[in-house]
Write a protein of this length. Structure first.
Length: 718
């Protein structure tokens, strides 16, 4: 068995628990309290999730989520992963709250398929809002089990005992006490949750709702943090893989003789997978350059300008997302109607860490260390590729250097596993930046058409909305419209044959960015046509009190002064909903009429996300969304032609820079009566619209395609 800790240093205590073999883990947990959970009992009322292989919920078999050790330390075992979103900090907060232990006494093991219970993956802002209740329940049950054990040991009724800072204490005789460690020493106690335990009331929280320092911060700023590409098993070789010049091109011939002649180089071929291996990455690169390959050209004739017409003519039939009333009746009541089309280009994930994986095989067991958001689905994919039972594959997920949905795909891990099997040694596959751009599953290009009207009193009369390519997430309107219809043709997770020239996939709040951009841009058009301030127009057409409260909070923080647009001030507003969280954003911009350059100088974002687990973490997530959102607003788009991806690095693909950053103010509303909702994606969905609306307010020109490059702004001005 390969020991992960033999060649990878990992932090303990505040960070990840030391990652060890399954055998050593079982020995370590031979004593202590192991809490077992039948998870399907605790998903009532939670948002339904579509899971792979027909599984419509978490596993129904028993799975250990918590271990209370003989030393009193608590280990959380979760299938989620840490990719910068802070889950390794916020999830232990939930355990500390329910188990009544200091958070410094909690360790966490994440994303290890041999040690952790099955999980569908880390995406959709589900770690807190869906998995959180399960983990809280397990911790509450552990507390109940410890109270029962203490009752037996102290000969005191459970009703007279309470949990306090890792101890069970008699309510009226505090000196009558026993620590969790004393209760579990020398025993292995398994408790199965059969009924939901009593959870702490929000009003009694002492850990949840407090800002706790991030566990990964020190490791990451000092360089101690280890990612998949940092792992070097003994004897491991770097693999550099032969890649096609374009999507759709196929290999017709290959000559590897010159590469094989270089010292230390091994050439490996497994079907269509051709790779050169060497102990040093630069030597592997040099050898790959000597491989002579011929390809049949791609059949694609599309490029980044013709793609929109292609989408319209090749999209699948429409699905009705939502409708009510009769759009024709609403149009008949309209005093003014606006018909417009909105576009957005393909966008890359462009994470700091490229897709990376290391695979090693020993005694028939495959271990893969991978930068992945989905370790358990990846285990199944690797097992299928190698024709092995899943229990013969272990996926271990170290820190992940950014995912944003893109690392839901695990091509690099499958490549590493296939090559390791053929080569008979551990193999490291770390994509170059060019490979990352080529094989990324892009946020799809989209076309959205809207026809909507208002009556003489500036009330919305009808709404006819069709989204092509982006999918339905975030497409439903959020206003009081009596006659409306929303249709979706194709989506980010439905790559209809021939529709896209390369892979598409989830991109932070998939679909919602495109839909919010179109919806909120169109609402602004209607407000301007009516001659009404855009905030006042929204408030007059909202029936959702929660959304109105969020909008008013943003306006107060921003110091919004009502004026119809365009006012020349360069201010904008946009609303959105995602992952159960309500968002209102306001922005201030400067537009250089001569160059078309847009500078965002200030952004205010107000969110209602229910119960807050870690306020600082929530603010950091919102700030990250706003920063990342500047990219898809202003510069990020994939240029391509005939299957070739023309952007291979950051010299042509423009990411936001520190010099771009506006003043960012995040307001999070106190909503203790609402369950905790998602925080990793909502603030990004409004960024395209809020900047577009601010540009219109500044110069009176409407930009209908993302990103709003200087050329597109100048064209709108013209």
């Amino acid at each position: 068995m390969i020991r992960h800790d033999d060649f990878m240093e990992v932090p303990d205590g505040w960070g990840f628990a030391t990652i060890i073999t399954r055998r050593d883990f079982l020995a370590l947990t031979a004593t202590g309290l192991v809490v077992m959970v039948a998870l399907e009992r605790f998903l009532a009322g939670q948002e339904p999730v579509r899971l792979p292989q027909g599984r419509q919920g978490y596993p129904t078999d028993l799975n250990a989520y918590l271990h209370v050790g003989a030393d009193g330390r608590v280990t959380c075992l979760v299938g989620k992963i840490e990719m910068g979103q802070g889950a390794m900090t916020s999830l232990p907060q939930l355990v500390a709250e329910e188990l009544e232990v200091p958070i410094t006494s909690i360790d966490i093991v994440m994303g290890d398929t041999d040690l952790c219970p099955w999980d569908m993956g880390t995406f959709g802002s589900l770690s807190i809002r869906q998995f959180g209740p399960i983990l809280r329940t397990a911790a509450a049950e552990a507390r109940s089990a410890l109270l029962q054990l203490a009752s037996e040991k102290l000969k005191v009724p459970v009703a007279e005992l309470r949990a306090d800072s890792g101890r069970i204490v008699h309510a009226t005789s505090p000196r009558t006490r026993v620590t969790y460690g004393e209760l579990t020493t020398g025993k292995r106690i398994e408790r199965q949750v059969t009924t939901p335990a009593t959870l702490d009331a929000v009003a009694s929280f002492t850990v949840v709702g407090r800002s706790v320092p991030r566990r990964d911060a020190l490791d990451k700023v000092t360089g101690k943090a280890r990612f998949a590409g940092d792992i070097v098993p003994p004897g491991a070789l770097h693999a550099r893989i032969l890649r096609p010049p374009a999507h759709g091109a196929t290999l017709s011939s290959v000559d590897t003789s010159a590469a094989e002649a270089r010292p230390g180089v091994r050439v490996v071929r497994d079907g269509d997978l051709v790779a050169v291996l060497h102990a040093h990455r630069d030597e592997a690169d040099a050898a790959l350059a000597l491989v002579k390959a011929q390809y049949t050209p791609s059949a694609s004739t599309l490029d980044d300008t013709t793609i929109f017409d292609h989408l319209v003519t090749h999209a699948p039939p429409a699905d009705v997302v939502r409708e009510a009333g009769n759009v024709a009746d609403g149009a008949a009541r309209a005093a003014q109607v606006i018909d417009a089309t909105y576009f957005n280009s393909y966008v890359a994930h462009a994470p700091m860490e490229t897709h990376s994986a290391v695979a090693a095989i020993e005694h028939g067991k495959v271990t893969v260390w991978a930068s992945t958001q989905t370790p358990f689905p990846l285990r199944s994919q690797v097992a299928q590729a190698l024709m092995l039972p899943p229990e013969q594959v272990r996926v271990v997920t170290p820190y992940v250097g950014g995912g944003f949905g893109g690392k839901s795909a695990g091509r690099q891990a499958i490549e590493a596993a296939r090559l390791a099997r053929v080569a008979g040694v551990p193999v490291r596959v770390v994509w170059s930046r060019e490979e990352e751009f080529f094989f990324d599953t892009f946020r799809p290009a989209a076309v959205i058409t809207i026809r909507a009207g208002i009556d003489a009193g500036a009330k919305l009369t009808h709404w006819d909305y069709t989204v092509i390519g982006a999918g339905e997430r975030g497409s439903e309107h959020i206003y009081a419209i009596p006659h409306h219809r929303t249709l979706a043709r194709g989506g980010w997770n439905a790559n209809s044959p021939g529709l896209h020239p390369f892979g598409i996939g989830p991109w932070r709040a998939p679909g919602a960015n495109s839909n919010a951009f179109a919806r909120e841009s169109h609402i602004d058009r209607l407000a301007a046509r009516a001659g009404v301030d855009p905030v006042a127009f929204r408030l007059a057409n909202l029936s959702d009190a929660r959304m109105a409260r969020v909008l008013q909070a943003a306006a107060t923080q921003f110091g919004w002064t009502p004026k119809p647009a365009p006012s020349g001030r360069g201010v904008g507003v946009a609303l959105g909903m995602d992952a159960g969280t309500y968002v209102a954003s306001m922005a201030e911009v400067k537009v250089d009429r001569a160059t078309g350059r847009v500078q965002v100088t200030r952004v205010v974002c107000a969110q209602d996300m229910g119960v807050l687990v870690n306020p600082d973490g929530a603010r950091q997530q919102a700030e990250g969304c706003i920063t990342m959102g500047l990219g898809y607003c202003l510069t990020e788009e994939i240029r391509f032609r005939n299957g070739q991806v023309l952007d291979g690095n950051f010299d042509t693909y423009g990411l936001p820079r520190f010099s771009w950053l506006p003043k960012i103010e995040v307001v999070i509303l106190d909503s203790p009566d609402l369950p905790a909702q998602g925080g990793g994606e909502p603030a990004i969905v409004t960024m395209g619209a809020v900047v577009a609306n601010a540009v219109f307010d500044a110069v009176g020109a409407r930009v209908g395609q993302l990103p709003m490059t200087p050329a597109r702004v100048k064209a709108a001005l013209a």
